[in-house]
Design a protein. Sequence first.
Length: 304
Amino acid sequence: MEAGDKRGTAEPADQSVEGRLAAQMETIILTRLAADRLVLPALPAAALKCIRLLKDPDLSLKTAAAAIEQDPVLTASLIRLTNSAAMATREPVKSVLSAVTKMGTGKLKTFLFEASANQLFESRDERIARSCRALWEHSVAVAMLAKDVVAFANAGDPDDAYLGGLLHDVGKPVVASLLLQAERAATQQRAAGGWIDSSRWTRVIASAHRKVGIAIARKWELPETVAKCVQTCDDYDAANRLSAVNAVRFANALAKREGIYLGEVDAADNDALIMIGCSLLGLDTSVIDRLVKDLHARVGRHLG
């Protein structure tokens, strides 16, 4: 969330609370990062091994399949995906080796990161689970749009754009979890109950999540282009107009305009970002209409 220049004006009490909480979250995150005490999610062992194997240009898919088979959840997800309507063939896939052969190394790497990232957005706490569901819907929408933008604009690698879109806000569920811990501590100390409402909760997450996302990108050794998508989605790179990073930034603005976003959106600023993105990427309004057509339904189908 971008804030305007408030100098010379009194700060409303609720914004003061948000600012203090966001600053506290950021301080906690940076302190724990410096002391290596921030518990960041790790990739499942099978996924991490497979991703490392995929860096070898001479890797056999049989070896990758054997790594995936060590994790039954990954195995089930992979088989289900390759037999889904989007990828189905006449003969259903019945083995991991057949699935990875059909998918190929590029899509396999994206699948592994997506399956791992999805775990971040799950929680047993009902309140945080609802918020994380909305965050994940936005991430999936941005991923789908970014991949399509790259195809229309010839702007970089489609798989990088998809993965960058999927993970651009990956720090948000981690901050949400830390914020929930802080809320529990506060309410235990004050029996009166009540803390911050859901809109302020969302704004604090939006203000404090970026550094956590960058830390996750480093921990997971994401590709450079994908890591750049995580680092910032606030502005375009005019020096590299046709890039996957710019495609993700544009897709982020489109998803917000279509209402697939948890939080407040400044419509005027967001429309300006879309206009600038169109110019940089060489797109027109007819392309935008095609990009967002049935977007809600497509995201819903993807999430099952």
